[in-house]
Design a protein around this ligand. Structure first.
Ligand SMILES: NC(=O)c1ccc[n+]([C@@H]2O[C@H](COP(=O)([O-])OP(=O)(O)OC[C@H]3O[C@@H](n4cnc5c(N)ncnc54)[C@H](O)[C@@H]3O)[C@@H](O)[C@H]2O)c1
Length: 278
């Protein structure tokens, strides 16, 4: 039987200083990754998360390092991938979690253009730059196989997971820039999954609704009405815990998910099945 605690490769988590990215990195370490690289623009947060990961890692030779970068800068993204390959020799699991919120909610006609550009530059272009560099490195490495009770199968050269959003599927009034950027992230996931399937690279997205992270705390300060939306609209009446996202990412990285590609998996407690959110 395969479970998501059967990872044995090298992981890179972009945006792992705090929040979902940090928890994903801890889950991958717990699931057996041999090394986890913590990439973030905030060095202090990335260092603290990297140190904490050693507490949970299950590989006896576990290694961890930090790379300070900015997803808005193509060279910084390429240097990050080169760093992983030079240090660890390959790149098996990449998770792209760096992202920013919309800021104050406003109807589309009142959207601040500078804010729109910033959100798109980080959440959409930044996601694209990461996937582009990661896939370019992965396609050069040798594919892996997995042996189970029914024989041996090819599980490919690597896995990329984008942290998209329930807003990749549906809008939220006043959250235009973010929703548009997260639709782009789903497009990147589909295209990269399609184009790089022949290279043995799987690219998927997880699409959570509200998750209890520092970003959500900041959003609640700017838009207090969001607390009411969570209680009224989420069928289980609460935001997700980070682990309820990070453990799904570990599954998607595992051999159990070797036929899942180009998919955007909702983690939304059925919120998007409703016709009206509030
Ligand atoms: N929290 C939620 O409710 C929620 C819901 C759905 C999707 N998401 C998505 O999950 C991802 C993570 O969100 P979070 O809530 O954990 O956020 P967060 O703000 O808690 O953490 C984001 C991390 O990304 C880093 N980062 C931000 N911009 C960066 C850049 N330009 N370059 C490098 N690193 C950068 C930050 O330093 C931070 O460590 C985002 O893409 C977000 O859109 C969050």
């Amino acid at each position: 039987m395969i479970n998501s605690a059967q990872l044995d490769g090298i992981a890179l988590v972009v945006g792992s200083g705090r929040g979902i990215g940090k928890e994903v990195a801890l889950s991958l370490a717990e699931a057996g990754a041999k090394a986890v690289v913590f990439a973030d623009m905030n060095e202090e947060w990335a260092k603290a998360s990297s140190e904490e990961s050693a507490k949970y890692a299950s590989s006896k030779d576990y290694q961890t390092s930090v790379f300070v970068m900015n997803v808005e800068d193509a060279k910084s993204v390429e240097d990050m991938v080169s760093f992983v390959i030079e240090r660890y020799g390959r790149l098996d699991y990449c998770v792209n979690a760096a992202g920013v919120d919309n800021g104050v909610h406003a109807p589309l006609a009142d959207t601040d253009i500078e804010n729109f550009d910033r959100v798109m530059s980080i959440n959409a272009r930044g996601n694209f730059l990461c996937v582009r560099a990661e896939a370019a490195a992965m396609r050069k490495q040798t594919p892996k196989t997995w042996t189970s009770r029914n024989g041996t199968r090819d599980i490919g050269r690597g896995v990329i997971i984008n942290i998209a959003s329930a807003n990749s599927f549906a809008g939220l009034p006043g959250k235009g820039s973010y929703t548009i950027s997260k639709h782009a992230s789903m497009g990147i996931t589909k295209m990269a999954g399609l184009d790089h399937s022949p290279d043995g690279i799987r690219v998927n997205a997880v699409c959570p609704t509200w998750v209890r992270t520092p970003m959500l705390e900041e959003e609640l300060q700017k838009n207090p009405e969001v607390q009411g939306m969570i209680s009224a609209a989420v069928p289980i009446k609460r935001a997700a815990e980070c682990e309820e996202v990070s453990d799904v990412v570990a599954f998607l990285c595992s051999p159990a998910a070797s036929y899942i590609n180009g998919a955007s998996l909702l983690i939304d407690a059925a919120i998007t099945t409703t016709l009206r959110l509030f």
